[in-house]
Structure formats: C-alpha cells, structure tokens
Design a protein around this ligand. Structure first.
Ligand SMILES: Nc1ncnc2c1ncn2[C@@H]1O[C@H](COP(=O)(O)OP(=O)(O)OP(=O)(O)O)[C@@H](O)[C@H]1O
Ligand SMILES: [Mg+2]
Length: 147
C-alpha cells in the first residue's frame, strides 16, 4: 500500500473546492490518514518545491503557495501515487483532460488547484516536510479484508 501527499493549493481552498477534491479521493476508495488546513512557511515551501529552485517561476511558485491556507493531506491506496496524478490531470491547463480535477476546474497553469507527489521518494520527503509521525492515523476499514 502506497502513501502520497496531496495538497489543495490556496486557489482551491479559496474557490471552495476542498470538498470536491476530497470527495473524488474518497469515492475512488482511497483512505485518508491525515489532513489539516494550514499556512505553509516560506522554508517549507522552498523545501517542497526544491526541484524547481532554478526555474524562472520558482519565486512566484513559493509566493503563491504561501499566500493563503492550503489543505494538506496524506492518503493511502494501492498504486495511489500514479493513479492520483492521473486523477489530478496534467500540469499545463491545455493538456489537462476533462474529467480530471485540473481539466474540470483549472483555467491558468500556475493556478492548478492541487498537488500530488510524483514518486515514493517525493511523497516521503513532502510528508516529512509538513507532518509529524504522530499526525498520521492508522485504522482498519472492514472492506479492506476483501482487497
Ligand atoms: N511553465 C510554468 N509556468 C508557471 N508555473 C509553472 C510552470 N510549470 C510548472 N509551474 C508551476 O509549478 C508547479 C510545479 O510544477 P511540476 O512540474 O512539479 O508540476 P506538477 O507536479 O503537475 O505540479 P505540483 O508539483 O504542484 O503537483 C506546477 O503545479 C505549476 O503551478
Ligand atoms: Mg510536481
């Protein structure tokens, strides 16, 4: 079972899309093991987007992600890292397919509503950046005995 870090970005929070995004993950069958509304610090934002430090849009990315509250979550599921990125949709608005979160709601690439980890290494690093081990809740769902 994989774990991934999912974050509704400030635009998604301000547009009232937390519920829609959480609902899509719930309906897919994935398990929420932590979630919180929070302001991320500049240091946390720079660590989160460290891979983009040399890109021309890095400053704007950090400014944007720290500009208002985000809804940070940890979800579990089989192959959830690749499957959740399919559900989120492509980064560029012109490539995000209808039916995906970005395809349905994003109309400007930098305002793409939601983040999802792109590998197990990224997920572990991104989760450790914003959560303590004690924030993660382990629980059983009866339905899991059938998977
Ligand atoms: N060319 C660009 N111009 C402006 N912003 C960009 C550009 N490319 C990426 N970004 C911003 O940087 C973020 C990180 O880019 P990345 O390539 O990691 O995309 P992603 O993995 O789909 O998005 P995220 O990491 O936020 O989930 C994007 O979500 C987007 O907001
Ligand atoms: Mg990314």
């Amino acid at each position: 079972m994989e774990r991934t870090f999912i974050m509704v970005k400030p635009d998604g929070v301000q547009r009232g899309l937390i519920g829609d995004i959480v609902s899509r993950f719930e309906r897919k069958g994935w398990k929420l093991v932590s979630g919180k509304l929070m302001m991320i610090t500049r240091e946390q934002a720079e660590r989160h987007y460290a891979e983009h430090a040399e890109k021309p849009f890095f400053g704007e990315l950090v400014d944007f992600i720290t500009s208002g509250p985000v809804f940070a979550m940890i979800w579990e599921g089989d192959e959830i890292i690749s499957l959740s990125r399919l559900m989120i949709g492509k980064t560029k608005v012109g490539e995000a397919q209808p039916g995906t979160i970005r395809g349905d709601y994003a109309s400007h690439t930098p305002l793409n509503l939601v983040h999802g980890s792109d590998s197990q290494e990224s997920a572990a690093r991104e989760i450790a950046n914003l959560f303590a081990d004690s924030d993660i809740i382990s629980y059983d769902r009866a339905i899991e005995s059938w998977i």
